[in-house]
Design a protein around this ligand. Sequence first.
Ligand code: ATP
Length: 208
Amino acid sequence: MISFAITVQRPTLLIQAEGVLDTGITTLTGSSGSGKSTIIKSLAGLVRPTTGCIIRNDEVWVDTTKNIFLAPQQRFVGYMPQGNIVFPHMSVYHNITYSKRGDEALLSHIMNRLGLGKYKDIKAGTLSGGEQQRVALGRALYAKPVILLLDEPLSALDWNLREQVRRDLVDIIGEWQIPCLWVTHDKNEADEVGQQRWHCEAGQLYTE
Ligand SMILES: Nc1ncnc2c1ncn2[C@@H]1O[C@H](COP(=O)(O)OP(=O)(O)OP(=O)(O)O)[C@@H](O)[C@H]1O
């Protein structure tokens, strides 16, 4: 379980967010510029909150009153950013094993589960959008994440691919039994995948 209560001061916006992430998918919707990526990046350790704390079970990731800030690599989060999600010139194998945290057994399980075995030595940049999405998820899972942070995981895909990839992501996340924060612009997508729903507006996080 991850609990947090943070603020992040941006030049034009104060972002205030408080919540608890437990096993299962929590979706985060909100208009452009409302603060969604800032919240996800704060959990990943890529943004330093101005004030507040982030705690996973008994481990303090951030406590600004005590000047505690755990670096991203110490948090073991699986983070899938928006946009270009694979290293295009690296093979699927090297993309997935990038974190060096997993082992052969986990690699083989991920390859099979995501249907990537036959692409192992292929350059990731040559794969289709949906296949690249699976490679990115494979890389996140190989890091043995304690939480998955997905920033618009379907936005780069063609419409006809989205439903299948969405179903695959939901199934796999369910099997891994970890918390997942899934950012999306699409309210229908949020309805379909989320057990818990959050919404961000003008920097303020609301539970729906
Ligand atoms: N590194 C940064 N430095 C300064 N301001 C930033 C930085 N990153 C984001 N912001 C500002 O913080 C606000 C929230 O941005 P954020 O990217 O979190 O929004 P978002 O809800 O994810 O938007 P989108 O849906 O368009 O990705 C915006 O006003 C943005 O300009």
